[in-house]
Design a protein around this ligand. Sequence first.
Ligand SMILES: NC(=O)c1ccc[n+]([C@@H]2O[C@H](COP(=O)([O-])OP(=O)(O)OC[C@H]3O[C@@H](n4cnc5c(N)ncnc54)[C@H](O)[C@@H]3O)[C@@H](O)[C@H]2O)c1
Length: 370
Amino acid sequence: MTTIKAGVIGLGYIAPVHMAALRALGDVEVLAVAGARPGSARAKADQLGVPRAHDDWRDLVADPQVQVVHNCTPNFMHHAINLAAIRAGKHIVSEKPLALDAPQATELLRAVRKAGVVHAVCFKNRMLPLAREVRSRVARGDIGPVYLIHGTYLQDWLLHDTDYNWRVDPALGGVSRTVADIGSHWLDLAQFISGLQITQVCADLATFVPTRRKPSVHVEAFAHAEPGAGADTPVTVDTEDCGLVLFRFDNGARGACVLAQVCAGRKNRFVLELNGAGGSLAWDLERPNELWLGHRDRPNDTWTARAHDADDPDPFVDLFRPVYAAVRAGHMPADPTWPTFEAGYQSNVLVDAIVQSAREQRWVSSRPVE
Ligand SMILES: NC(=O)c1ccc[n+]([C@@H]2O[C@H](COP(=O)([O-])OP(=O)(O)OC[C@H]3O[C@@H](n4cnc5c(N)ncnc54)[C@H](O)[C@@H]3O)[C@@H](O)[C@H]2O)c1
């Protein structure tokens, strides 16, 4: 079997995760990488054992041997790179958020439909064995009609005013930070596992650290500048440290979530609970293989994923496997099992509605039109 050739653009935190997952598939070669600074791609390519390195992502997109482009750049580059790759006839795997806003995402969704290429957005949590388990339990009516969906996604890596990353800058990350960056994962999963769609939102966004000290040296995501590494500049930040969102779902269910990046001690606390007429399900992603089953008339219990289901620690592998099967087939399947550009577009619509709701202090429709 010939190997499928992939190219990865943006060589920071998440790109090596993509590459490791691609290599785990066995029939994919990471042929080329592209970085932001002259020479940086070559150094990374050597380190990661990749044959071709480009200083400009356009050269990677133009490489006739690259069949699939993985876009692992900061959010502001997603639209331009995704669009160029699609127009060059490449299959495309984009990091989330798909684009900076719904109009950009609409253009990308229309472009993949027109080009007929295979497309994916990395809402990887959908691929966790328990996500599938919860989705099928809800679908077969185990907890009856869903009344409530609620939870949190909390981190602490942006608590201090010395914590800085491109994500805090709206020009690079988008006008929404916490909601678009981590809330988008929570919102996607809440809708995926319940099979419901959020149709209206009422949001309150807050910035608790209005001035941050931007280091003069480049700092990778989730890392910190070494003390004394260089002078830093105070910058005003108005992207949100925290988002509180109320929802209405298309079946009449209600929901709420707390999303924040300034909660000391909470590294990646992702909790989701569904309450239905016939029972509850709750899931804490720090214990990804355990599901809490809540009952009214008998003792509660815990369900644990079977060892062989829980063995695979990398949802990116589970995401890329069906995507690359479609690439080998040359087209999207009728009913893709992974998050596609539709999911990415819907997420951009939802985040835009949340931002608008917070600004205008009212309920806003988040119904996608595409
Ligand atoms: N799906 C997930 O679970 C997940 C997790 C982390 C990050 N992400 C997403 O991945 C993307 C990247 O995040 P990250 O944490 O890896 O950030 P990062 O800052 O660590 O890496 C981004 C890299 O892109 C490079 N870059 C910037 N402009 C470029 C350009 N024009 N051409 C080529 N390279 C360029 C930067 O130099 C940097 O090395 C973001 O959109 C983020 O939302 C997704």
